[in-house]
Design a binder for this molecule. Structure first.
Ligand code: CMP
Length: 232
């Protein structure tokens, strides 16, 4: 485990939208309560149904949020990247973890205990509002995913999944969105409710149509606004 200095924990928290607008002294108080943990790619960070005692802020890397279907398939609910948080649900409702969290890159997160997390929400209403805002946008994305899974057209389901990945993990520049370290095709298939082979064929097709291009491990959606109009 790498030990970060108090200073870099503060810098990390300052870059996290959840803690935006907080004074430096408040951030520093919160940073003091947080512990840095490292995970390697592929490592399970949280297990579905286990009891929840910790809240996580992802400082570096990326994770997938998954559940197992009854027939043993992995269903991917979301991908989370730098600056995102997870583990709040079981701390808020006292139930078990609602999903698995698996690192898809080497990752580092800051963690905090349940009692301290709940105290922060009571003491800093702005953080509670930021949390609600993010939970609302997760609900909207889930609503969208439910809708897209009912579509019969695999190309459209995969495109909607790419839009989601672009929003969750991508960076935008001059209208183009780059998804650095595109997740495995099997993961994209598990998000879109289709097979890896169909993902492979569809990505090729979307490249031939000029919507996408590859740059090593990265995928670039050349004109994100156009792509969105085309498929949503
Ligand atoms: P918790 O239930 O404590 O543990 C699993 C975590 O996965 C959960 O908290 C949320 O932080 C996260 N999670 C569950 N469902 C979703 C979703 N649909 N989108 C994003 N994150 C989720």
């Amino acid at each position: 485990m790498i030990l970060f200095s108090a200073m870099s924990k503060i810098e990390l928290l300052q870059s996290v939208p959840l803690f935006g607008d907080l004074s430096e002294s408040s951030i520093s108080k919160i940073a003091d309560q947080m512990i840095l943990r490292s995970y390697s790619k592929g490592q399970m960070i949280l297990m579905e149904e286990s009891s929840g005692e910790t809240f996580f802020v992802l400082g570096k890397g990326a994770v997938k949020v998954t559940r197992m279907s009854d027939d043993g398939r992995e269903v991917i609910l979301a991908m989370l990247g730098e600056g995102d948080f997870f583990g709040e649900m079981s701390l808020l409702d006292g139930e078990g973890r609602s999903a698995n969290i698996v690192a898809i890159e080497d990752s580092e997160s800051l963690t905090i205990k349940r009692s301290e997390f709940l105290a922060i929400l009571e003491n800093y209403p702005k953080i509670a509002i930021n949390l609600l805002e993010e939970l609302t946008s997760r609900l909207r994305r889930s609503d969208q995913q439910i809708e897209s899974l009912s579509l019969s057209d695999a190309e459209q389901r995969i495109s909607i999944t790419l839009i989601r990945l672009a929003e969750e993990l991508g960076t935008i520049k001059s209208g183009a969105v780059t998804i650095r370290n595109l997740p495995y095709q099997q993961d994209i298939a598990n998000m879109a409710g289709t097979s890896r082979e169909t993902v492979s064929r569809t990505l090729k097709l979307l490249m031939e149509k000029g919507f996408l291009k590859r740059d090593g491990k990265a995928l670039i959606i050349k004109d994100f606004a156009l792509f969105r109009r085309q498929f949503t």
